[in-house]
Design a protein around this ligand. Structure first.
Ligand SMILES: [Fe+2]
Ligand SMILES: [Fe+2]
Length: 190
């Protein structure tokens, strides 16, 4: 039996997105180290990192995982997938959102509360640690599990849905905007 193919390999695309996200995590950690050493930071750069995390890492990337891949895994692959996805990956996506909310809150209150600097560093570094481990687990375990065990038809449906979503997002300039943003931040921090 042969299956229709698409231009997009959804899982490969998500692995490539991990590489872009990891680059921002490196910038974030470096900005925290600079803050620790000098006592200074640039508010607008942290706001850009938050925007990247919310719009690219979360809405664009985790959005694809949650709506196009993980849902298919829990439907098709039974309790092992349920445990890995619902009690692992999704919980970590939520914890990431909490770190970023707390980071933003710390940036907002630092004028009135100098101890907020602790919360900037703690939440930003906490987020980078969480996401690095999360990405490693997806690359090595969750995606591999999906590749090996999802039905071929399902994988093709995922690829097609990813392709359509990518097109929709590129019409809004999302991928280009965040690729450029990462380059700009790296040029400044690394
Ligand atoms: Fe994820
Ligand atoms: Fe991911």
């Amino acid at each position: 039996m042969t299956y229709e193919t698409t231009q997009t390999d959804g899982i490969k695309l998500m692995m490539d997105e991990h590489q872009l996200i990891l680059r921002v995590l490196t910038v974030m950690r470096t900005a925290c180290l600079n803050l620790l050493k000098t006592g200074e930071y640039t508010d607008s750069d942290f706001r850009q990192m938050i925007e990247f995390v919310r719009n690219f890492a979360d809405a664009h990337h985790h959005g694809k995982e949650e709506k196009l891949l993980f849902n298919r895994m829990t439907e098709e692959l039974g309790p092992a997938a349920e445990k890995l996805v619902t009690h692992g990956m999704l919980v970590e996506h939520d914890l990431g959102r909490l770190y970023i909310r707390q980071l933003e809150d710390a940036l907002n209150r630092i004028k009135d509360d100098e101890s907020a600097v602790l919360d900037i560093i703690a939440n930003a570094v906490g987020y980078t640690d969480l996401l690095k481990r999360h990405i490693d687990k997806e690359d090595r375990v969750a995606y591999t599990f999906a590749e090996r065990h999802l039905r071929e038809e399902t994988k093709i449906e995922i690829d097609k849905a990813c392709e359509a979503f990518e097109l929709e997002q590129s019409e809004k300039g999302i991928q280009r905007r965040y690729n450029e943003m990462v380059k700009g931040l790296e040029a400044k921090y690394l």
